[in-house]
Unconditional design. Structure first.
Ligand SMILES: *Cc1c(COP(=O)(O)O)cnc(C)c1O
Length: 389
């Protein structure tokens, strides 16, 4: 099984999956895995989630794609529902997280141009952030290891600032700043939460200088942290948020939401994508949104996160240094003498899917509707693996 002809740029594990149900997956040999990964925070309602399957099957028979010359009924229905639920005034749909951030950067550049001419072009992101793999989003990513020489030259006009550095935000922004983009929980960078007081002040300073404030919610959006967007707890309203990953429960989709001054920027033709907003993705996204908005659902995400954190802390494992995160975006810092990849690999062998965020942090991002039974089975595997570690 397996093809040698797929570009091997993922450092893949030697596991080939066949199917999944709920938060449990099976490989081609029938081996069972508890899913604490959700395809990196994408399968927000796990595998074979009936309402999602039904809606997508129905839409497959109606229409898969229309292209952006037109709108589709399901696309319009989704846009209306999302605007209503989020409180934003406009949307651009794309197909992935990197594309969503590209759209945000283009919006910021045009906004800068309209308000400050050629001078106002700089986009600030945070150190240790992750924003994607295209040239501009790589450049925006605040981690040196993502900037190897072979892909140079990188895009001009990006700068980084240190999260939670109060001094830096006093002087960083001026009339050359087009936008500040915050990743409020750094998913790839170590599951680091920005201090909400700092984020509020950073937003205030950036706005005082005339810049837009944007939040990358590609990983944190759509219920992942127990609210529709993680920025809901930052205490200020971002002008733009970008989203992708879990938005359509596994069907590729992304986009940006904008409001206020940011809603005046894009005009017809400024930014497009052939697949963007296709009815199939929108039909899936409608189901995800509807499920998220059900009474008590987001609270259950928060409670599950707290339950997992508490359980792991209660083991008093000598390898676990800290457990942090919000909702079902969790990071476990392990002893510096151990590598997170090594733990991830052992967990995989023992039947638990996880991820890493940096050298010493294990990342857990299970489906949002994971059952109590699956949580407990996954935790048992984690506990036993740590004991043998
Ligand atoms: C995953 C991720 C991206 C990139 O999304 P892709 O769909 O892989 O392009 C961007 N920003 C953040 C915060 C992410 O977690």
């Amino acid at each position: 099984m397996g093809s040698k002809n797929v570009v091997n740029n993922y450092g893949s594990f030697d596991v080939t999956f066949a199917y999944g149900k709920g938060s449990t997956c099976y490989d081609v040999n029938g081996k069972k895995y508890i899913d604490f990964l959700a395809g990196i925070a994408v399968n927000s309602f796990g595998h074979n989630f009936k309402p999602l399957v039904k809606a997508v099957q129905k839409q497959l028979k109606r229409q898969i794609h229309t292209c952006n010359y037109f709108t589709s009924d399901v696309g319009l229905e989704y846009a209306d529902s999302l605007l209503k639920a989020s409180g934003f005034s406009g949307i651009y749909f794309g197909n992935s997280g990197a594309e969503a951030n590209e759209a945000a950067f283009k919006l910021a550049r045009k906004y800068g141009f309209l308000t400050g001419g050629e001078k106002r072009k700089t986009i600030y992101t945070l150190e240790s952030s992750f924003h994607g793999r295209t040239l501009a989003t790589l450049t925006a990513t605040g981690q040196k290891k993502f900037h190897p020489e072979c892909f140079a030259p990188y895009a001009p006009g990006f700068k980084t600032i240190k999260a939670n550095d109060y001094q830096a935000i006093k002087t960083a922004f001026d009339d050359t700043t087009a936008a500040l983009m915050i990743e409020c929980i750094q998913g790839e960078g170590g599951v680091n939460l920005v201090d909400s007081e700092w984020a509020k002040q950073a937003a205030h300073e950036a706005r005082k200088a005339g810049a837009l404030v944007m939040v990358d919610e590609v990983q944190t959006g759509f219920g992942r942290t127990g609210t529709l967007f993680a920025s809901d707890w930052l205490g200020f309203e971002p002008d733009v948020v970008s989203f992708a990953k879990g938005v359509a429960g596994g069907i590729p989709m992304g986009g940006i939401l904008f409001r206020g001054k940011a809603a005046e920027v894009f005009k017809a033709g400024d930014h497009q994508s052939t697949f963007a907003g296709n009815p199939l993705a929108c039909s899936a996204a409608l189901v995800v949104l509807k499920e998220l908005l059900k009474d008590g659902f987001m609270q259950s995400v928060e409670q599950k996160g707290e339950y997992i954190k508490k359980a792991i802390k209660s083991w008093n494992s000598k390898f676990v240094k800290e457990v942090r995160g919000k909702g079902l975006l969790l990071g476990i810092d392990i002893d510096e003498t151990k590598s997170a990849v090594e733990l991830e690999t052992k967990l995989l062998q023992n039947g638990l899917l996880t991820s890493t965020a940096g050298k010493n942090t294990l990342r857990l991002v299970p489906p949002l509707n994971i059952s109590q039974k699956e949580i407990d089975s996954g935790l048992e595997i984690l506990k036993q693996t740590l004991l043998q570690f």
